[in-house]
Design a protein around this ligand. Structure first.
Ligand SMILES: Cc1cc2nc3c(=O)[nH]c(=O)nc-3n(C[C@H](O)[C@H](O)[C@H](O)COP(=O)(O)OP(=O)(O)OC[C@H]3O[C@@H](n4cnc5c(N)ncnc54)[C@H](O)[C@@H]3O)c2cc1C
Length: 380
């Protein structure tokens, strides 16, 4: 007689930044939850590796992110207390660009709307305060003291360890091959077996469009490259003296972080080479042309940080057409939740996205305002 598949309250597909947080919240609420990860936990083949990720309250992308950011900070602090390990480091954040740019103006607007502490500097004042910065003379900058960085691999490990302690089951190196709706839930087939659950959370990062066809044109993976350069003035590039940044210059929009964890001042460029990729075949090596783009920027705008290369690492963004997240229930199957919060700025939200996904899996709705992240906005 065939043995019935094991049954869970929820299955979480993908144990990266978002999935690990969803499993943690579901397990803490007493749910029987099972997570599948195709690679190791953590790993360097998706979107959540590279030692540091920027977190900031000043949010030029849209002021509506602020309530979620506040909850995200609260939950990161809870997580690091529970894990007994510092995961959140405050350095302040700088958002800088031409006076009429979205990076500067949008950031200032978000500070004003929400009454966030902030200072506005011209380029000369920015360099006086933070000597690593040498931005064009016409640049204007918003400094917000609560910005900083998270340690992404450690955040995933913390969520996973605490989820396991709360009773979750997690299988690494077990790729999900397919899922299908059933009369009262979902059935998931992996390389090792068949499992059933009332609810399914799809948190598959760059692979999500392969697992949810409605996302085919709207969750598009892009190759990114990060560089770490050895500063000639290490005293200007440590977390005490160097705020995380987003800057818009004539070459494009870039982000950067102080030296932490591994040698080197870290930076990357949004729309690095504008390469749309398949996550299964993406070029994960880093090449001279990748390095040259990032070195040119560092030499011009952070010259004391542009010493010998210490590291290069490829990673993937998953971009939506408007740069905002997708957090929703599946349009055809209400028992399935979809999380694609990336477009290059999602990691800082993992903690609150985990809470939202647990809400959606439990009852199909959440107290958080996620109206801006509905999938239906992309329908013409
Ligand atoms: C270079 C870079 C820099 C960034 N900088 C910042 C920053 O400074 N601040 C910020 O807030 N955000 C930043 N981001 C964005 C942020 O890192 C992402 O939004 C976030 O990591 C996405 O998490 P995720 O859980 O969706 O994806 P992932 O963490 O990649 O997790 C998805 C997981 O699903 C697994 N999976 C996929 N398919 C299957 C399957 N069939 N079976 C089993 N498992 C599967 C994958 O292996 C993976 O582990 C950056 C991203 C990159 C790439």
């Amino acid at each position: 007689m065939a043995v019935a598949p094991a049954h869970y309250d929820a299955i979480v597909l993908g144990v990266g930044g978002m999935g690990s947080a969803a499993i943690y919240h579901l397990a803490r609420r007493g749910r029987r939850v099972l997570g599948f990860e195709q690679f190791d936990i953590p790993h360097e083949l998706g979107s959540s590796h590279g030692i540091t990720r920027i977190i900031r309250l000043a949010y030029y992308e849209h002021p509506s992110y602020l309530p979620l950011l506040r909850r995200a900070y609260e939950l990161w602090r809870d997580l690091q207390a529970a894990a007994g390990e510092q995961l959140l480091f405050l350095t302040g954040s700088v958002d800088a660009g031409p006076p009429d740019s979205q990076v500067f103006e949008g950031s200032r607007k978000s500070c004003e709307i929400y009454g966030l502490a902030h200072e506005v500097f011209d380029s000369a004042e920015l360099t006086r305060r933070f000597p690593g910065y040498r931005l064009p003379a016409s640049t204007m900058a918003v400094f917000q003291p609560e910005g900083g960085f998270l340690t992404p691999e450690r955040c995933i490990v913390a969520h996973v360890n605490l989820a396991l302690a709360a009773g979750a089951e997690i299988h690494a190196r077990e790729p999900v091959l397919a899922w299908e709706p059933t009369a009262n839930g979902v059935r998931v087939r992996t390389a090792r077996g068949v499992y059933e659950a009332d609810k399914l959370v799809l948190s598959a990062g760059a692979w999500i469009a392969k697992l949810a066809t409605p996302l085919a044109q709207v969750a598009v993976p892009e190759r990114q490259v990060l560089a770490w350069f050895q500063p000639a003035r290490p005293d200007w590039f440590g977390p005490q003296r160097f705020p995380v940044f987003n800057v818009l210059v004539e070459e494009g929009r870039y982000y950067g972080l102080p030296v932490y964890g591994v040698p080197g001042f870290k930076l990357g460029r949004y729309r690095h080479l504008d390469e749309t990729v398949d996550p299964d075949t993406v070029d994960r090596a880093s090449h001279l042309r990748d390095e040259e783009i990032l070195r040119h920027f560092a030499e011009r705008y952070f010259p004391a940080g542009a010493g010998p290369t210490m590291g290069l690492r490829a990673c993937m963004f998953t971009n939506t057409p408007d740069g905002h997240f997708i957090l929703d229930v599946h349009p055809e199957y209400p028992q399935v939740c979809i999380a694609s919060p990336c477009s290059g700025h999602g990691f800082k939200f993992c903690s609150v996205v985990g809470e939202i996904l647990a809400d959606l899996a439990e009852r199909g709705s959440t107290r958080h305002d996620i109206a801006m992240f509905r999938l239906a906005r992309f329908k013409s």
